[in-house]
Design a protein around this ligand. Structure first.
Ligand code: ATP
Length: 300
């Protein structure tokens, strides 16, 4: 086999509960991840060295060297196999870069799946999961797809039952937000208010809404502890969220560490209407519709 292409989805966090800052600098999280139908594609082709090229709208914001998470994933896999394999990766990006939709983690997961196939390693998903957890806290979910609760730093995953398809609108912003800066701002704001930080746990009404496939109920349960910090760092997000609410979204939230905003609609047709209203209001660089949950990385 000379070349393998893998399609991999973005994610939105339906609930992101951030616990107190730990001594190791991380936070305990409860993360309800949901994979949505915005896809990057990663093509792995046999080559002697390791190289990566990025194509697509925001390609210029993604490193094409050892900092690229997909290359780091390929290297980690080769190391795990104890061989010096080579690969050329071509990443076609549709997932917004630094948009809080885990695009880099998605590419890393796609690279693991593609190289496992290309190099004929046949490693089971459990092995890939272990490598994924070392690469970053969002990579294990990127490998799993669907909808799942993540605990710890996000890497201990339990898949969730979902009783239907949810329709989303995503408002993309100009430029990204650094995940590290958003967490730091969250810590700063919490310290300033002296608020009691609850131990994070998944919200039962949210899990029940997912099981029932009930968009309205899910909409009112969406929650992101990073949202105040993301809005503080990017004030324009307050207006974007407010516009979605005014235009009838059944739920609104900042996706992960932002700045992408997610709006839940009641149906596919409602998502289409909501997207048009948000476009017309001029509150986003671009507006796209998607649905979830979708499966994780798929060889195409
Ligand atoms: P998360 O939701 O996991 O916090 P994000 O969606 O906000 O992540 P990414 O798109 O994953 O952010 O990118 C974060 C940074 O990682 C970018 O600034 C980018 O330069 C770098 N990066 C490295 N490899 C990749 C990749 N393959 N795709 C996108 N960004 C990458």
């Amino acid at each position: 086999m000379n070349s393998v292409t893998v399609r991999v989805p973005a994610k939105v966090n339906l609930q992101l509960a951030v616990g107190p800052l730990r001594d190791d600098g991380y936070h305990d999280l409860v993360n309800v991840f949901h994979a949505v139908s915005i896809f990057d594609e990663v093509t792995a082709t046999a080559e002697t060295g390791m190289s990566v090229r990025v194509e697509g709208e925001s390609a210029d914001q993604v490193p094409e060297d050892g900092d690229n998470l997909a290359i780091q994933a390929a290297l980690a896999l080769a190391r795990h196999a104890g061989r010096s394999y080579g690969v050329n990766l071509i990443i076609r990006k549709a997932i917004p870069v630094a948009g809080g939709m885990a695009g880099g983690s998605a590419d890393a997961a796609a690279a693991l799946v593609a190289c496992n196939e290309l190099w004929g390693l046949g490693l089971p998903v459990e092995d890939l999961m272990e490598i994924a957890a070392d690469l970053g806290s969002d990579v294990p979910f990127a490998l799993l797809g669907g909808t799942a609760v993540g605990t710890g730093r996000g890497e201990r995953l339990t898949p969730l039952e979902v009783g239907g398809r949810f329709h989303w609108v995503f408002a993309l912003a100009d430029g990204g937000l650094s995940t590290a800066k958003v967490y730091a701002e969250c810590d700063r704001m919490r310290e300033a208010t002296g608020e009691e930080i609850a131990w994070p746990r998944a919200a039962d009404p949210l899990l029940a809404a997912l099981r029932r496939g009930d968009a309205k109920a899910l909409g009112s349960e969406l929650a992101n502890d990073l949202q105040p910090a993301a809005v503080m760092l990017r004030r324009s997000l307050a207006r974007t969220l407010e516009t979605g609410r005014e235009q009838g979204a059944v739920g609104t939230l900042v996706s992960g560490s932002g700045p992408t905003c997610a709006f839940l609609a009641e149906s596919e047709a409602h998502a289409g209407e909501l997207a048009l209203s948000l476009k017309a209001a001029g509150v986003a660089r671009d507006v796209i519709t998607a649905y979830g949950p979708v499966p994780g990385p798929t060889v195409v």
